[in-house]
Write a protein that binds this ligand. Structure first.
Ligand code: MN
Length: 228
C-alpha cells in the first residue's frame, strides 16, 4: 500500500510497565455521569439515556506535555475523568461481557470551551467546537487490567496550582464502565484502541495560561501538565 500523501502516525498512549504503546482509534465521552456535576450545569439527570459525544484521537496530550490554550474561547474549563481503554470491541456487547473488552484504565481531562458549549446548547447546535478541539484530551499513561483488575472504587481528583478543584469516587458514576461500553456498542461498533472518558464530577472551573494541573485516579494513574 502506498499513499499519495504522508499518512500521520496514529496517536498513542504510554502503558505503565512496558515500552510498548497503546494505539488510539476513537475517543468517546459520556456527559452528565455524576449527579452533582449535572446539577451544577443545570441539567437533568437522565438515568435511562446516556449522552455521548466524541473527540478526535489526535486531540490527546500525553502526561507531562504542555497544553496550548485553545483559540476561540475565553472560558477553557477542566473536567477530570476516569479513562477506559479497550483491547476488544464489538457491537451490542452485553453488560455482563463488557468489562472483558477493557485493556486498562487511566485518568484525563475532558477540556471544554465552556462559552462555546453554552452557545451551542442555547441554539441546539452540536458540541464539536466546544469539546473536540486540538489538544482537548490530556491523558495519563494507562494501567493494564492485568495489574489492577477492574476498580469498583477509586478516588478521582484534580489539583490546579496545588489546590484541590474536583474530587469524587468513581463509584458515584451514574453509568458504570460496563454499562457505558454496553450503551456505546448499541450506537457504534467498538474497536480495539477506543478510549472512553467516563464523565466528570462537580467542581468544573476555568483554566488559565500558566496553570499547572495534576489529575489522579488514586493508586492507578496520574496526569500532569501546564496550560501555555
Ligand atoms: Mn466531560
Amino acid at each position: 500500500m502506498s499513499y499519495v500523501i504522508t499518512a500521520a502516525a496514529p496517536a498513542s498512549l504510554a502503558i505503565v510497565g512496558t515500552d510498548a504503546r497503546f494505539p488510539l482509534h476513537r475517543i468517546y465521552c459520556i456527559g452528565r455521569n455524576y449527579a452533582d456535576h449535572a446539577k451544577e450545569m443545570g441539567a437533568a439527570v437522565e438515568r435511562s439515556q446516556p449522552m455521548f459525544f466524541m473527540k478526535p484521537a489526535d486531540a490527546v496530550v500525553t502526561d507531562g506535555a504542555d497544553v496550548p490554550y485553545p483559540s476561540a474561547t475565553q472560558e477553557l474549563h477542566h473536567e477530570v475523568e476516569m479513562v477506559v481503554a479497550l483491547a476488544h470491541g464489538g457491537h451490542d456487547i452485553p453488560v455482563e461481557r463488557a468489562l472483558d473488552c477493557v485493556f486498562g484504565y487511566g485518568v484525563g481531562l475532558d477540556l471544554t470551551r465552556r462559552d462555546l458549549q453554552a452557545a451551542a446548547k442555547a441554539k441546539g447546535h452540536p458540541w464539536d467546537m466546544a469539546k473536540a478541539f486540538d489538544h482537548s484530551a490530556p491523558v495519563s499513561a494507562l494501567r493494564p487490567v492485568a495489574a489492577i483488575g477492574h476498580p469498583a472504587h477509586a478516588r478521582l481528583t484534580l489539583d490546579v496550582n496545588g489546590e484541590r478543584r474536583q474530587q469524587a469516587d468513581i463509584s458515584d458514576m451514574i453509568f458504570g464502565v460496563a454499562e457505558i461500553i454496553h450503551e456505546l456498542s448499541k450506537l457504534w461498533t467498538l474497536v480495539p484502541g477506543d478510549l472512553i472518558f467516563a464523565g466528570t464530577p462537580a467542581g468544573v472551573a476555568a483554566l488559565l495560561r500558566g496553570d499547572r494541573f495534576r489529575a489522579e485516579l488514586a493508586g492507578m494513574a496520574a496526569c500532569e501538565g501546564r496550560i501555555v
